[in-house]
Design a protein. Structure first.
Length: 212
């Protein structure tokens, strides 16, 4: 597989220091179910990444949305945004994505989500706000995400390039496509073309959400 061109990263370099590093995040769907085979779910996730990157102040350096898991490379300037944490980012993105996917699935002839096994907890509507909103992971009839996520800290540009290669190569290793550039739900093509720079990568979600 062709490596990511170093000049693509240099177009908008990020700073690595004691406070600022790239987060390589992996998060799975509930019970590893292939919910992101549905393009509508992919579009919703990219919309929420774009929205929260602007609201919270982080940059999306790379991503790959696989059917049952997602890889993200995220960065922010810790000096400018000292209170932001990866837990806050993932809670916001995963929570909003889950609510929208669940809400958008209502009324469909065949519900794309499998219900959670019956538990003692009271079931709450997907869009409930207020005191119980933060507990939606425990209380929803349907779940999109497995609780938690894996976070690996990337402290150098060399390691960032390695992780980008790994992320973009996921669809090839899974046998889904022959080349990383053939997969529509990753950031690969923005590194090997003259399309948006790293600083603008989060906005590329707009290419997938037209009409939603």
């Amino acid at each position: 597989m062709k490596s990511i061109e170093r000049t693509a990263v240099h177009r908008n370099p990020v700073r690595f220091d004691d406070g600022s590093h790239v987060h390589f995040v992996t998060t799975n769907t509930d019970a590893k179910r292939p919910y992101f085979e549905d393009e509508r779910c992919c579009r919703i996730l990219l919309q929420e990444l774009r929205f929260y990157s602007r609201k919270l102040g982080f940059r999306v350096l790379g991503y790959a949305i696989m059917p049952d898991h997602v890889h993200l490379l995220l960065w922010w300037d810790a000096n400018d945004n000292p209170t932001l944490t990866i837990s806050k980012v993932m809670q916001a993105v995963k929570g909003a994505t889950a609510r929208r996917i669940i809400d958008s699935s209502r009324g469909r002839s065949e519900h794309p989500l499998r219900p959670v096994a019956q538990r003692r907890e009271r079931m709450l509507p997907a869009t409930q706000q207020g005191r119980g909103a933060k507990s939606h992971k425990q209380n929803l009839k349907y779940r999109v995400w497995q609780p938690g996520f894996y976070d690996f800290n990337v402290y150098s540009e060399r390691m960032l390039l390695e992780k980008l290669d790994y992320v973009h190569g996921n669809p090839v290793r899974a046998g889904m496509v022959a080349s990383p550039g053939d997969y529509p739900w990753s950031s690969y093509r923005f590194y090997v073309s003259e399309e948006p720079t790293l600083d603008e990568l989060h906005a590329t979600a707009g290419r997938h959400v037209t009409g939603l």
